[in-house]
Design a protein around this ligand. Structure first.
Ligand code: GLC
Length: 435
């Protein structure tokens, strides 16, 4: 694709491309060398968006290799393990999930047993839009469509736990925002036997040991119940409706309808699903008194109090009512989010007691959530907000490199270095002119 860049942008482009080249394994891209050595679900989705402008053949392979890990019921895992790596290269590894023991899991590919935000169809459609060769782009969509449709069937039949139209996450990792303060209450309600977690195991990220006890215990519950739909619906103790995950689902349902039309399938069921999710998002997760979307704890039967960056996920909904949009934009620009941070958008309301500027999903700014809010602002026709987010994101990586996450006040880079989605989404942003 022909992208016009200034001199400074050209340097940034080459630096981002170098990160993606270095993190390519021959079949997929690792999120961060050393720290995350396997293939991660929503990372690959973001990576594919950047590869589409840099190495389009790899963009397609990135998504296809992720779907090599798809289970026969349509479930798409959040990790596809690379079996060439030594045992223990990452905890939790394949031993925690035991996918090999499940008849629905693919043969010869080991995966995790939880999923990640379903942005896959949205990415596939964007790849098609970027394709230099229209026929090749169509052929790629035709190849991927059955897998995407199966993924959405799984979400609709297995994850719509309360019949509202929204899909539930059954583990914090399924949100991609692992230790978000939004999960503090439902995690605090869990009663894992003690000790649920073998001490001395390598840890990653700044989640506390107790968080990790609960994460591992929850994963073990899912595994021991053989990931059975009835167990998820009726017994599993963690079930939350997250606005960002559901907005991703809605945007992908719209994208799937468009893909269906392109490949000669029926778009109608996907459109109907998108309408249902749209209505349920407003009905179940919109807090009109506070002017924000909140996650909802299905087990506790209550909205969750902490407002996080996930509240802006529904900007991806093209049918968002005008008054909801105005209030969300006000919140985004207020001193609780972008208005208080030199380097927006912080992962958590900076005025919330749980906010922590250095702690992973409890405060720092992430390139992937910035990209989602930027994309949402574009969907909503808010060019000034979109340009603010684009500029802030490029400034972060210019200052601190392609880090995993950043201090929202001074832009200091934190977590992993050479993080793939930070590089890939910079390519995607550079590919779009401001305004
Ligand atoms: C962390 C993040 C998750 C991401 C993974 C790999 O677990 O919380 O969103 O997919 O790292 O980058």
């Amino acid at each position: 694709m022909d992208v016009r860049l200034t001199g400074d942008e050209t340097a940034l482009w080459h630096a981002a491309a170098r990160v993606l080249d270095a993190n390519w394994t021959g079949r997929a891209t690792v999120p961060s060398p050393g720290l995350y050595p396997h293939q991660w679900g929503w990372d690959s989705v973001f990576v594919a968006l950047g590869l589409a402008l840099h190495r389009p053949d790899r963009a397609e392979r990135e998504l296809l290799s992720l779907f090599d890990g798809q289970w026969s019921d349509g479930f798409v895992p959040h990790i596809v393990f690379n079996d060439d790596l030594p045992r223990g290269a990452y905890f939790p590894g394949p031993e925690l999930w035991c996918s090999g023991a499940d008849p629905r899991a693919p043969r010869g590919v080991r995966t995790s047993g939880v999923t990640s935000p379903p942005l896959h169809a949205l990415a596939a459609l964007r790849l098609h839009g970027r394709a230099a060769d229209a026929e090749r782009g169509r052929a790629f969509l035709a190849r991927l469509y059955p897998a995407l449709a199966a993924q959405h069937r799984y979400l609709e039949t297995v994850r719509d736990l309360d019949g509202s139209g929204l899909i539930a996450i059954c583990h914090p990792w399924e949100s991609g925002q692992d230790n978000s303060p939004a999960w503090d209450r439902p995690l605090g309600d869990l009663r894992p036997p003690s000790p649920a977690y073998a001490p001395g195991r390598p840890r990653r990220g700044p989640a506390t040991g107790e968080d990790h006890d609960r994460y591992a215990w929850l994963a073990g519950l899912l595994r021991d119940a053989r990931y059975a739909p009835g167990f998820l619906r009726d017994e599993h103790p963690f079930a939350v409706l997250d606005p960002l995950v559901n907005a991703a689902y809605l945007a992908s349902a719209h994208a799937l309808a468009e893909i269906a039309a392109i490949v000669g399938a029926d778009p109608l069921p996907h459109r109907e699903r998108a309408e249902r999710v749209h209505a349920a998002l407003l009905d179940r997760l919109w807090d009109a008194a506070a002017g924000c979307f909140r996650a909802h704890d299905l087990r506790g039967g209550r909205p969750l109090p902490v407002v996080t960056v996930a509240t802006f996920g529904p900007l991806l909904d093209p049918d968002l009512p005008g008054d909801v949009l105005r209030r969300l934009a006000d919140l985004l620009l207020s001193a609780r989010f972008a208005g208080a941070a030199g380097y927006p958008v912080p992962a958590c309301d900076v005025q919330a007691p749980a906010f922590d500027r250095g702690a992973y999903w409890r405060g720092p700014t992430w390139v992937n959530t910035n990209w989602l809010v930027w994309y949402g602002a574009c969907v909503q026709g808010l060019p000034v907000v979109a340009d603010l987010l684009r500029g802030a994101t490029l400034r972060l990586v210019r200052q601190s490199g392609f880090r995993e996450f950043f201090d929202p006040f001074d832009g200091t880079g934190r977590g992993g270095h050479d993080h793939s989605w930070s590089a890939a989404l910079v390519l995607d942003l550079l590919g779009e002119r401001p305004g």
